[in-house]
Design a binder for this molecule. Structure first.
Ligand code: SAM
Length: 326
């Protein structure tokens, strides 16, 4: 078990497979984003060594992310290897879905259990405007392929951005009427170069809920308000699927945080919204022993910050979301 000094059991690791992405979402990174050279990123053997260490420290829940995890050429093999590690109880992925049409089945066969797919609008023109390079039809095909491959329950992530897709919130929620999908709305968070934009264009989950209720009437609160991961769960009465509100900015859920992140360049990021980090790849490359590395990880986890400082205007500046792993 890996405890932090506040007594939280940290057992969920989000592993970024790459900092690169095949989209350029406006809230995530600049269009002319510069990426790290591949040699500075964890190679397959290094990534597997570090993930194994985390399993030995009691981590049992893993999510692969990025950048865009599906563009890593070895993604299927990495899923197979991680799935085979003792102690891995849950293995999922966050993806933009662009490549899922062809990859969903091989990923499921390799041991991936679930996917969260980013989907900010159902309007192909707005989709292109938000993602800059994306094609809505490809993502839709990816969602259908993921469901057919059994990567369920399908969770769809929307970031709501003022002036881009706040009018699409209810249309997205309507997907849950006929599909057993979870439609999740994530409050836009400020990072690095896009911090200003994110702070100016943020749409709160209170407004998202109001927009959904204007169309469908009062939402039913599920699980007595208990969080599903980071999402508070609701349902449109009679709907097959559910709605999750992830109010990271306005109602932080730091007290129940169980997670840490391993960035593509092998750094342990202790809080999404704090720049405090511990490098693991450097000591690994310099010959640290497994026991040394475990000590470094234990020390980092122990000192995990309590939570973010957005209310005090403390914004993470060192990395944008694609360099952390969402
Ligand atoms: N490329 C994958 C994808 O699109 O899902 C995985 C990486 S992406 C960084 C992970 C998640 O972070 C996505 O759901 C994305 O919408 C979300 N995200 C990116 N920038 C964000 C921001 N500034 N605030 C809130 N969520 C953000």
């Amino acid at each position: 078990m890996s405890l932090d000094k506040f007594g939280r059991n940290i057992h969920y690791l989000r592993v970024s497979l790459t900092d690169k992405c095949n989209l350029r979402c406006v809230y995530c990174m600049a269009e002319d984003m510069v990426f790290r050279p591949n040699a500075e990123l964890m190679q397959d053997d290094e990534l597997l060594t570090l993930v194994r260490l985390f399993t030995e420290l009691g981590f049992d829940k893993f999510r692969l992310t990025g950048g865009e995890p599906t563009i890593r050429p070895s993604v299927v093999e990495l899923v197979r290897e991680i799935h085979g590690l003792p102690g891995v109880a849950s293995l999922s992925m966050t993806t933009n879905g662009i490549l899922l049409d062809e990859l969903a089945r091989p990923l499921a066969e390799a041991g991936l259990q679930r996917v969260n797919i980013s989907l900010d609008t159902l309007d192909p023109v707005k989709f292109k405007r938000i993602t800059r390079w994306g094609n809505f039809e490809q993502v839709w095909a990816g969602i259908i392929a993921a469901e057919a491959a059994g990567l369920t329950p399908i969770k769809l992530n929307a970031v709501t951005v003022r002036g881009f897709n706040e009018d699409d919130v209810a249309d997205l929620a309507a997907l849950t009427l006929d599909h057993e999908w979870q439609m999740r709305y994530i409050e836009m968070m400020p990072f690095g170069d896009v911090a200003d934009f994110a702070q100016k264009q943020v749409v709160t989950d209170a407004e998202v809920r109001e927009r959904i209720e204007q169309r469908f009437g009062p939402l039913e609160l599920l699980d007595s308000g208990k969080l599903d991961g980071e999402a508070r769960m609701y349902r449109i009465p009679g709907a097959k699927g559910s709605i999750g509100l992830i109010s990271s900015v306005t109602v932080p859920f730091c007290a129940s945080c169980t997670r840490a992140r391993l960035t593509a360049d092998g750094v342990l990021r202790l809080c999404l919204l704090r720049d405090k980090e511990v490098n693991l790849l450097k000591p690994l490359r310099e010959g640290a022993t497994i026991e040394d590395l475990k000590q470094i990880i234990r020390g980092g986890i122990w000192n995990k910050p309590w939570g973010h400082g957005l209310a005090q205007s403390v914004v993470p500046l060192e990395r944008v979301m694609s360099q952390i792993g969402g």
